[in-house]
Structure formats: C-alpha cells, structure tokens
Write a protein that binds this ligand. Structure first.
Ligand code: GLU
Length: 259
C-alpha cells in the first residue's frame, strides 16, 4: 500500500484505498461558479461538486474532506510535496504539467477568452490586443500563451484572478485573460460591470491532478467521473454552478487518463 504523507497528521493510508481519516482536496477559493469559499465557511462551484462526488466514490463523506486553497502557480508543488490527495482547480491538462502530475478526466472543456469593462469598445478579440495592458495569473496556461504568442501585450501576472478582476474594475488593466468559464463567473458576480469578448482562442481540458504513478487513484477517480457523467450528476452540477453565468450545459467530455 502506498504511503501518502501530507501535513494533516494522518500520514498513513491512501486516498485510493479509502483508509485515510480525511481526504485533502485542493480547489480555488476565489473563482465564482467553480471554486469559491463562502463567508460561512462552506464552498461552492462546479469543481467543488466534482471533487465532492469523487470523494464520496472513494469512501469519503463530505465531512471527511479537508479543503485547501491553491493559487495556480502552486499546484505542481503541492502534488510533488505530497501535501494533497488530488486537485480540482480549473487545472488544464498539458504536456509540461504531465511531467510532474498525472491527470484524471478531462471533466470540463473550455478555452481562453477576454474580459473587459462593459463600456470598452477598443478590445473586441485577440486581434486587438497590441500594446494593451492585460492581467492574468502566474503559472497559468493563459499567461503562458500571451507571453508566447502576443509579444506586444504588456502582461501583468497576479497571484489570482480575483486580484486581476479588481484591477480591471479600477482600470489599472484593460482586460483580464483566462478560461471563458472563469471569466463568465466573475461577470455574473458583478452584473453590468464587465463583458466577455472575442470567443475562445485555446482549448483547455480540465483534469484532476494527482501524484504521478498512483494508477490506483487515477483509475478510481476516472471511474467516479465516468459514473458522475452517466448518472446525470455531472449535468446537474454544471447547470447549477455555471448556468447562472449564462453557459449552456454541454455534453460531458470523454474520460481518459493522462499520465
Ligand atoms: N486552466 C488554466 C490553467 O490551468 C487557467 C486557469 C487557472 O489558472 O486555474 O492554468
């Protein structure tokens, strides 16, 4: 049996075997519709619901979940350092990340887009970004794409997206760029303040990140996702969390391990 050591004092046991006292799951705390910590200490969002469903399938009731926040740039390190069992945090599957992390899923497909102030008229798509000040997040795929493909953009990299949205609100940046589902969540939170423009210009496949080589856990998480998609819980969670942001519930993606 694999030893899963993490900071919670329950260092023996494995999440796959369901014999730990608690399962430790990383989510975002500041992304409405996906992973959000609410003032009363509860959590909401599509990632939270997916993570909770998977935990239940692994043998952990909701009260046996320990939620941990990670900003985008910390995710690989948390897995490397055995500090968490799995990550459900708008985490795109990429070749680079797969060197350090195995991914179950994908459980959601989205793409990079742009959020601007509602009255903005000069940014209409990725083709009108020359010279503009954009905000994205350190360690994210959208920030990397801007650096690789949009050399004239003045990119500001913040630790998290809610800080970018604050900067947009106060006109410190002209646009925020990240995945469309994330931006739609912020737009819905501040009605009338922002708009999404330009459609999507990348494909982001969200996976559940876990320790490289833990094939037992990978298989069990994929089985749980397959079940969630088949029994209607996936569509219900999508509709509940992302419907209010105006996103139509799509057909669920086909599950296939990336390791
Ligand atoms: N899905 C992208 C990524 O994994 C952007 C969202 C995020 O930073 O969490 O980097």
């Amino acid at each position: 049996r694999a030893r899963t050591a993490w900071g919670g004092g329950d260092s023996w046991g494995s999440a796959a075997a369901g014999d730990k006292e608690k399962v430790t799951i990383v989510i975002k705390f500041d992304q409405p519709g996906l992973g959000l910590k609410i003032h009363d200490g509860t959590y909401s969002g599509f990632d939270v619901d997916v993570a909770t469903y998977v935990a239940e399938q692994l043998g952990y009731a909701p009260d046996k979940i320990e939620w941990k926040e990670a900003v985008s740039a910390q995710r690989e390190n948390l897995i490397d350092n055995n500090q968490v069992d799995y990550i459900v945090a708008t985490y795109s599957i990429t070749d680079e990340r797969t060197k350090r992390v195995d991914f179950a899923g994908p459980y959601l497909v989205t793409g990079q887009s742009l959020l601007v102030q509602a009255n903005n008229t000069d940014i209409t798509s990725k083709d009108s970004l020359a010279g503009k000040i954009l905000c994205s997040v350190k360690g994210s795929t959208p920030a990397q794409k801007i650096k690789d493909e949009f050399p004239t953009v003045q990119l500001q990299e913040y630790p998290n997206y809610s800080a970018c949205v604050e900067a947009l609100k106060s006109s410190k940046v002209a646009a925020v760029t990240t995945d469309e589902v994330i931006l739609a969540g912020y737009a819905a939170q501040s009605p009338g303040a922002f708009k999404l423009v330009g459609g999507t210009f990348s494909e982001e496949n969200y996976g559940i990140g876990l320790k490289k080589g833990d094939t037992e856990l990978l298989t069990k998480i994929n089985d749980a996702l397959t079940k969630m998609e088949a029994d209607g819980a996936w569509a219900a969670a999508f509709e509940k969390n992302l419907g209010p942001a105006g996103i139509e519930t799509p057909a669920p993606p086909a599950i296939a391990a990336t390791n």
